[in-house]
Design a protein. Structure first.
Lengths: 203, 113
């Protein structure tokens, strides 16, 4: 009977907690809260140094808003596919889970591809990591964000592999939820970066 | 510290309140429209004076929609929401103070700041 209940009730395995909530989920939210400070430091550094170009390209000269808008749209839609992956496993649809995970990873890779193209173009136009405080702050901020997206893609592919091996039963949908939280966080950080770094004009 | 068993029925109840795929798609459409509006007003010269306030409002709206619906903060335990809000508020306050410090005493940020 107990085995049957574990199979039909999500998250039915027993573990101890002082809050009645999932410890891992609590830890994930604490981690995401701390990440706000991490990206806050990088964004404020950029705001401080964005006008210090040392004779190199300025933000308004170098940014390609239409291109970055498409990249932003791609990352935004990857949040939709991620949450659809979670909805799929929560209703026991394993094929749907894998399809949406692959779609999310593909959209994430498209975003990273766009970022590599952007970095290459900027470098050819004279903006390098050590060219100016603006260059350092820009590459550090967007580079760290890109690294977070890359880690997210690796986790998505790992989830896909685990699902294909039958290691994510419906009752273990929390695994998908945790990776999803990370992925959505990376998306909302980009929402802020896109507005503050790309769209708000400099002096 | 006293420990209790993980509250599976409570989690299951929270899951039942989560939006369905159709609602997720509706949220995504709203996000896409807001992003398109953000980019569009960037090119409208008549709105130049209002550009920054508009962009901030749109950005905050997108941030809140993703956090509430895709990250389920609207439906999950209040503790998760508080943890995240503490991080956001702490970051905002700390780095506003940092930027104000450099704004009021630019020489502390190095030459040319």
């Amino acid at each position: 009977m107990a085995t049957h209940e574990a199979a039909v009730t999500p998250h039915a395995e027993e573990h101890h907690t002082s809050t009645g909530l999932d410890n891992v989920k609590l830890a994930m939210w604490a981690f995401l809260g701390s990440e706000c400070l991490f990206f806050g430091s990088l964004i404020s550094t950029y705001l401080l140094y964005r006008n210090r170009t040392q004779g190199g390209p300025t933000p308004s000269e170098i940014y390609d808003i239409p291109f970055t808008s498409v990249s932003s749209f791609v990352l935004l839609m990857s949040s939709l596919t991620m949450v659809l992956a979670l909805a799929a496993i929560q209703r026991g649809d394993h094929r749907g889970l894998r399809a949406w995970l692959l779609a999310t990873a593909f959209l994430g890779m498209s975003f990273i591809g766009g970022q590599i193209y952007e970095f290459t173009t900027f470098y050819e136009e004279g903006l390098a990591l050590s060219k100016s405080p603006f260059g350092s702050a820009f590459f550090l901020l967007t580079g760290f964000h890109g690294a977070h997206v890359t880690v997210g893609i690796l986790m998505l592919l790992a989830l896909y592999g685990m699902s294909a091996a039958g290691r994510i039963p419906q009752a273990e949908s929390r695994k998908v939820e945790f990776i999803g939280l990370y992925w959505h966080f990376v998306d909302i950080v980009w929402i802020v970066i896109f507005t503050v770094i790309y769209l708000i004009p400099t002096e | 510290m006293a420990s209790t068993e993980f509250d599976a029925p409570r989690e299951a109840e929270e899951l039942s309140h989560h939006p369905g795929p159709r609602q997720y798609v509706v949220i995504a459409i709203i996000l896409a429209i807001v992003t398109a509006a953000e980019v569009a007003i960037y090119y409208v010269e008549a709105l130049e004076d209002w550009l920054v306030p508009f962009l901030i409002v749109f950005s905050v709206l997108k941030f809140i929609l993703v956090a509430l619906y895709f990250m389920h903060l609207k439906f999950d335990s209040l503790i998760f929401r508080r943890l995240f809000i503490v991080g956001i508020v702490l970051a905002f306050v700390v780095f506003t103070i940092v930027l104000l410090t450099f704004f009021l005493a630019p020489e502390t940020a190095g030459p040319g700041a």
